[in-house]
Design a protein around this ligand. Structure first.
Ligand code: GLU
Length: 432
């Protein structure tokens, strides 16, 4: 094998026993953890520690709606594990962001930062609300009150939030301000801020760029080139839209995309620049002239070479997995493939690149942002992109090697590596 060739992807044997269907997000995250822990024969005490989040905070978030009514929302911050460094993970504003989901996402952050070998632990936050129906004034109130209520858990060396579903750079600017009002100017308290407030160049695009880089390396390991690919992307938010843009620039053909309002399909390829302009004008990819309509669920079943679920969790499940035609799935969202569907896909020879590496570009550039803030220094976009590719692609290469040498799926290799690293930190610190 030439030195820079990527190891090829082989299909591991699959156990006959099917995982249960209908698991909650936390049960699904735990299922993948148990599988990885069992494969590395993790000792019982350590497994027990890692099965539980270290700390969970449930807060009330009262806001005055624009129509004058008072509404009390539920907010959470779950710190899953901090053995490898300060807790790190996004904040989600979404109707499904309950404690079960936030806990699952916090655990995924622990494994994600460990797989990428970033000096962070894992956490996640959420406020149960529909951000798409809120005014700017309402969103600002939610953000400030939520931040004040969890501020005692945060800190530049304790816990550093970032954007996720329903939140963005503006949300982070408000969080930084609300935290700063109590503790003083602290740009490193959140990542994903606007560059004008100390945010990193390239942070907004980082998750989508990472998804594109991982897709490129995966097809290369499968003996193909990115220019041959026909790609379907579910979700046209920050992750999906940027993944489409970068894959299009790499020469791939984007055949279908969807968002919450609808979707579009063209087997000959969509005009990605035109789509971006259409979306900016109408607020959705739906009804782009010259394309066929395609719902978010129908998109999962479109004929393509790569399917990128980049919207929400649990979309490829017992009900939808049967119709998936793609031989490769790259998880842009967190937890889009359930354990039941993952088992089914592996049995059918479909390669699944797990979330904890595939969408790791975002937290990697968050790490760069945090280091820039700590040093009061600013990197150029070019440096951010180069270092992102180096960190993400070398971590991915290690997973490809491990999956091939241990004869396991990429997900199993990722969980095994992540769990080993966290367990080692726990032992070294003397937790157990
Ligand atoms: N919310 C993103 C994720 O799920 C980014 C987290 C971060 O940058 O801390 O990975």
């Amino acid at each position: 094998m030439p030195e820079d060739a990527l190891p090829s992807i082989s299909l591991p044997p699959v156990a006959d026993e099917r995982p249960p269907a209908g698991l909650s997000p936390w049960q699904a995250a735990l299922y993948f953890f148990e599988d990885g822990a069992c494969r590395i024969q993790l000792d019982g005490g350590c497994a027990d520690l890692l099965r539980r989040p270290w700390r969970e905070l449930h807060v009330s978030v009262p806001i005055r709606r624009d129509n004058g009514t008072l509404e009390v929302l539920a907010g959470f911050r779950v710190q899953h594990n901090g053995a490898r460094g300060p807790y790190k993970g996004g904040v989600r504003f979404h109707p499904q962001a309950d404690l079960d989901e936030v806990r699952a996402l916090a655990a995924l952050m622990t494994w994600k930062t460990a797989v990428l070998d970033l000096p962070f632990g894992g956490a996640k936050g959420g406020v149960q609300c529909d951000a798409t129906t809120m005014s700017e004034n309402e969103l600002r109130q939610i953000t400030r009150t939520y931040t004040q209520n969890i501020a005692h858990l945060l800190g530049v060396s304790r816990d550093i939030p970032a954007p996720d579903l329903g939140t963005n750079a503006q949300t982070m600017a408000w969080m930084m301000d609300a935290y700063g009002a109590r503790y003083g100017y602290s740009p490193g308290i959140v990542t994903g801020k606007p560059p004008a407030l100390g945010g990193s160049e390239g942070r907004a695009e980082a998750t989508g760029l990472g998804v594109a880089l991982i897709t490129r390396d995966t097809v290369q390991a499968m003996g193909r080139g990115v220019e041959e690919l026909r790609v379907a992307i579910q979700g046209y938010g920050n992750v999906g839209a940027n993944a489409a843009r970068y894959l299009d620039a790499m020469g791939a053909t984007i055949v279908a995309v969807s968002d919450i309002h609808g979707g579009v399909h063209d087997p000959d390829g969509l005009d990605v620049a035109g789509l971006q302009a259409h979306c900016a004008r109408t607020g959705s990819v739906a009804a782009m002239p010259g394309t066929q309509d395609c719902s978010g669920e129908a998109l999962l079943h479109v004929e393509c070479d790569v399917l990128i679920p980049a919207a929400i969790n649990g979309v490829i499940n017992r009900e939808t997995v049967g119709g998936v035609q793609a031989p490769l799935i790259v998880e842009g969202a967190n937890g889009p493939v359930t354990p039941y569907a993952d088992h089914e896909l592996t049995k059918r020879g479909v390669v699944v690149v797990p979330d904890i590496i595939a969408n790791g570009g975002g937290v990697t550039v968050s790490y760069f942002e945090w280091t820039q803030n700590v040093q009061r220094y600013h990197w150029e976009q070019e440096r951010v992109e180069e270092e992102l590719e180096r960190v993400l692609c070398s971590a991915y290469r290690d997973l490809l090697v491990r999956a091939a040498s241990d004869g396991v799926t990429l997900r199993a290799a990722a969980f095994m590596t992540g769990i080993e690293r966290v367990a080692e930190a726990i032992r070294l610190r003397g937790f157990l």
